[in-house]
Design a protein around this ligand. Structure first.
Ligand code: PLP
Length: 466
């Protein structure tokens, strides 16, 4: 009986598929053979394949713009990138090459914006949407940005009190947005999102505070269904409510022209992932159009703030299996050369799934395994139970010359920010080195080290050891 890992994948999924292929028995990710990178740099490492970021942006823009054209929709589409998803300069530089606007979430984000400006990556016309709860420092930084001449900064009020502080500090006429709180999915622990202004109060608040306001003109309504853009009754219901609020406000505020539906566009987290991006985007545009047409309202410009979608699929995290441990008759552990909690915190914190594939040994027999991280924490693992899937990988012999290498794919979103890249790590296990891969002007693939593995000196210094 054929029991090879390759046959398992071949029979279970469409394979090869977009971004994943084989050369002999070795994995190729977005056209990049991974084994030569392992030979050159050693494991563990994180990698970012930069061209994927542009591909994702182009795909979403095309679907929105095509839908807008075919439906004769009167508004336009504005793609924003939310920096919190991955703040690295190489990501921001990549997204800015594709005409993308930006969304911020905290005070330091404004310093990031100023740095981009100082280095000529954006100008003062760039759209900067400010979301999130506004601390004093964040409000102060936003006000400074506006007072220094940035023309398209759009502070989005997360609560009613923020307006007083902005009024005090901002010295010029400014566009402003309001965020309306969405209802959570029924299975959630609470009913209404803590983010945004209550939907029952938002219209009255805008009437009371913005109608005769000389400084602020209402420009944007924002809401974000944070479980993501899904073809579910819940998602379409929340979108409908958001559009209804937009229409109510638009009747009162002619200056309101932007509907911001936030992030939440999903990415592939398994080889069996199926999602019809074109259909979902068409449905969104159509729903906005039909509702506006019914009320004789001009259709809004549709803003999105896709984070994970923009950058998630560009990332991978590569490990060696250091050892296999048979802990009872049915449980084998593959011990990898870093901590999973540290490098992929979402796999631990919210049981997030990533595409997990071996890099080599695809022609070996396969078996069911658990993957163990290096920290001594008993939650530092990835297996079938936590991720609600069976986890099969190639078997190998302890005396094989070549180790088994494993890759977690589509790990480019949030993991560095959540694990605190370069900070103190659980069990002092260092952040792995980070490799960037790009194609040069002749289309040749180039790779280089963005940052080396964290050193013990780094960590001891943070901890106060002189
Ligand atoms: C206001 C806002 N916009 C955009 C995003 C990005 O979401 P995603 O990464 O799912 O696209 C988030 C994520 O928390 C958010 O809070």
């Amino acid at each position: 009986m054929v029991n090879r890992y390759f046959n398992l994948i071949d029979q279970t999924y469409y394979f090869p598929q977009d971004g994943f292929d084989l050369e002999k028995d070795k994995l190729v990710f977005n056209g990049i053979p991974i084994m030569p990178l392992i030979e050159k740099y050693g494991t563990p490492f994180k990698m970012t394949y930069l061209p994927k970021i542009g591909d994702q942006i182009k795909k979403a823009k095309n679907f929105f713009n095509k839908s807008i054209k075919t439906m004769d929709y009167k508004g336009k589409y504005v793609y924003c990138y939310c920096t919190k998803c991955c703040h690295f300069s190489y990501v921001l530089e990549e997204v800015l090459q594709h005409g993308v606007q930006l969304e911020t979430s905290s005070a330091f984000d404004i310093d990031l914006i100023l740095n981009l400006y100082k280095n000529g990556k954006i100008d003062k016309d760039h759209i900067i949407v400010n979301n999130g709860y506004k601390t004093k420092q964040y409000i102060h930084n936003i006000a400074n940005l506006i007072n220094s001449g940035f023309k398209n900064v759009i502070p989005v009020l997360d609560n009613k009190f923020e307006l007083d502080h902005f009024e005090e500090l901002i010295q010029r006429k400014t566009k402003i947005g309001v965020r309306v709180a969405t209802e959570e999915e029924p299975k959630f622990e609470f009913y209404t999102s803590r983010l945004g202004i209550r939907s029952s109060e938002v219209v009255q608040f805008c009437k009371d505070r913005l109608k005769k306001n000389k400084k602020f003109e209402l420009y944007m309504l924002h809401f974000f269904v944070d479980t993501g853009i899904k073809d579910s009754t819940y998602y379409w219901g929340e979108l409908k409510k958001g559009i209804k609020t937009y229409i109510q406000l638009k009747k009162l505020f002619p200056t309101l022209t932007a509907l911001n539906i936030g992030g939440g566009m999903p990415i592939r987290n398994s080889l069996g992932f199926e999602y019809d991006y074109k259909y979902m985007i068409q449905q969104i545009v159509q729903m906005v159009k039909e509702a506006c047409d019914e009320d004789g309202i001009h259709e809004p410009d549709i803003f999105t703030e896709f984070g994970k979608y923009t950058v998630g699929e560009s990332g991978a995290t590569i490990f060696s299996v250091l050892e296999q441990k048979q802990q009872n008759d049915s449980e084998i552990w593959y011990m990898v050369d870093n901590s999973l909690m540290n490098t992929l915190p979402d796999s631990w914190g919210i049981a997030e799934r990533f595409i997990l594939l071996p890099i080599n040994k695809w022609h070996n027999d396969y078996g069911r395994v658990n993957i163990g991280g290096l920290s001594c924490d008993n939650s530092d693992y990835y297996n079938s139970e936590a991720q609600n899937q069976q986890l099969f990988l190639p078997m190998y012999k302890r005396d094989d010359k070549e180790p088994l290498y494993l890759g977690f794919f589509h790990t480019g979103a949030y993991q560095d920010a959540l694990s605190g890249y370069g900070g103190i790590k659980h069990c002092l296990i260092p952040s792995p080195k980070h490799i960037l891969v790009d194609s040069d002007e002749n289309g040749n693939i180039v790779d280089w080290i963005y940052s080396e593995e964290q050193t013990s000196r780094d960590m001891l210094q943070i901890l106060g050891y002189k």
